[in-house]
Design a protein around this ligand. Structure first.
Ligand SMILES: Cc1cc2nc3c(=O)[nH]c(=O)nc-3n(C[C@H](O)[C@H](O)[C@H](O)COP(=O)(O)OP(=O)(O)OC[C@H]3O[C@@H](n4cnc5c(N)ncnc54)[C@H](O)[C@@H]3O)c2cc1C
Length: 427
């Protein structure tokens, strides 16, 4: 099999890169081995929420110089300010064209309501999620926070108590109640199955829609907005939107414990667009190893194609971090198992010193989380000290920064993906 581009990993980074290349006429295959981080994420995408010195930020452009000073090996710093901003804006446009329904802009982070009633800075959020801009007050006065009877991943009272502590919600009257949905009775026998994905599946197929609408109207007790756990609408937002229209109130949904419907919906839409453009997904297959000729990658072997290798002009590594097995931690080393790329981390992380991988306090940022492959400004991967011409890394497999600490996971995924697409299209 021969393609213009082989992409390894079908998460946010791999699909964003694949969609852009395929739309420009490059034939792409995505080899993908399993679920991606986006299936577990909140649905909100962060560009940069905090600097390495711990200061929370809301304006990316104004804080770029500080990021550069504190962490020059961050992918945004390698790529450069103008290009990073350009690529973030390009993703905003791409998300619109994909109907991802995301609100927000690189101009200023907004605050989204977390399932525990806190406020968290973010770049783009689904338009169904409650958000506020800075210190603006939330535009509704009475909010009914509705849980689902028997569903423990969403606690209305806890959310209400915490939400009230935020100045933006201090004026709100908050009430709480639980929806009684008899269609879910069959899930109640097994607490492990009473999860957002199972609830959404069951409701879409078996639902007495008008009964649910009636139950919501009764439980909301005259409030002008409703907050719900994101359990309504598996494939896209249409079920949620229909519910909103039928109830006739402003309804918002909040991410629940993973897996997350908000992320799963985005993943499905991205995958659908890639395939619609003619891209090939090899789902359930795993890239195992590569061959190099004259300092370039020439072919790749996968679990299913161990005999019939795959060749291409360009190879993109989009295998994610430890969570997705894009990086593997052995006792004495951290490795990237497909190409055996060079690994870097933040200043505190030293590959050869096992004790430097973790911080003493459990809740502190952990240095091993900054480990990943070393890249240059073109996102080309370094191996044995040399950058490989036709091998690029995108997304969370890249090292040198801690995406959990800085709140930049999705931003790095899409900015690097679009940068690499540009690099490949230029050649
Ligand atoms: C629980 C959770 C919550 C999060 N919340 C947020 C949030 O609120 N905001 C935010 O901005 N970010 C969040 N993130 C981070 C964000 O989701 C990720 O940074 C981003 O989605 C990473 O995308 P990726 O494509 O680089 O990697 P991944 O999504 O990890 O995708 C990598 C894919 O590659 C596949 N793969 C790995 N090895 C191979 C192989 N050898 N062959 C074939 N396929 C392979 C994996 O199976 C996986 O499907 C969260 C992440 C998690 C896990």
């Amino acid at each position: 099999m021969n393609f213009d581009v082989v992409i390894i990993g079908g998460g946010l980074a791999g699909l964003t890169c694949g969609i852009t290349l395929q739309a420009q006429g490059k034939s792409c295959v995505i080899i993908n081995n399993g679920q991606a981080a986006i299936d577990f994420a909140s649905g909100s995408m962060d560009l940069l929420s905090q600097l390495p010195n711990g200061r929370k930020i809301s304006h990316f452009e104004q804080n770029y110089a500080a990021l550069y000073q504190q962490l020059p090996q961050h992918p945004y710093c390698l790529i450069g300010k103008e290009k990073t901003i350009e690529k973030a804006q390009q993703f905003e446009d791409l998300a619109k064209s994909l109907n991802l329904g995301l609100l927000g802009s690189i101009a200023e982070n907004h605050l989204r309501v977390t399932p525990l009633g806190g406020l968290r800075g973010s770049w783009l959020s689904p338009n169904s999620v409650p958000t506020v801009q800075g210190n603006d007050v939330f535009p509704y006065h009475s909010i009914a926070i509705l849980g689902i009877e028997g569903y423990h991943d969403f606690q209305p009272q806890l959310l209400a108590d915490n939400l009230k502590q935020n100045a933006q919600f201090a004026h709100c009257e908050l009430s709480t109640a639980y929806l009684n949905i008899p269609e879910l009775d069959q899930l109640r026998n097994n607490a492990r199955e009473f999860r957002s994905v199972n609830i959404a599946q069951l409701l879409e197929h078996k639902l007495a829609f008008s009964d649910l609408v009636k139950e919501m109207k009764t439980a909301s007790q005259g409030a002008d907005a409703i907050f719900l756990p994101a359990c309504f609408g598996l494939d896209d937002q249409s079920f949620f939107n229909a519910l909103k229209e039928a109830v006739g109130l402003a309804i918002f949904e909040l991410p629940t414990l993973p897996p997350s419907l908000l992320g799963i919906r985005q993943h499905k839409q991205l995958r659908h667009r890639f395939e619609q453009l003619g891209g090939l997904m090899l789902n359930g297959d795993k890239a195992l190893k590569a061959e190099f000729v004259d300092g370039k990658v020439s072919k790749i072997y996968t679990q299913i194609h161990q005999e019939n290798f795959i060749t291409a002009e360009h190879f993109v590594l989009a295998t994610g971090s430890f969570f997705s097995n894009g990086l593997v931690a052995e006792f004495e080393r951290i490795l990237e198992p497909v190409f055996h790329s060079d690994i870097i981390g933040c200043q505190k992380f030293e590959q050869s010193n096992r004790l430097s991988w973790t911080a003493e306090r459990f809740s502190s940022p952990q240095p091993y989380q900054s480990a990943g492959v070393a890249i240059n400004a073109h996102c080309q991967i370094q191996k044995n000290g040399q950058f490989i011409n036709n091998l690029y890394a995108v997304g969370n497999v890249i090292g040198g920064f801690n995406s959990l600490e800085l709140g930049c996971g999705s931003g790095v995924a899409v900015v690097t993906a679009l940068t690499v697409a540009d690099e490949i299209l230029r050649q």
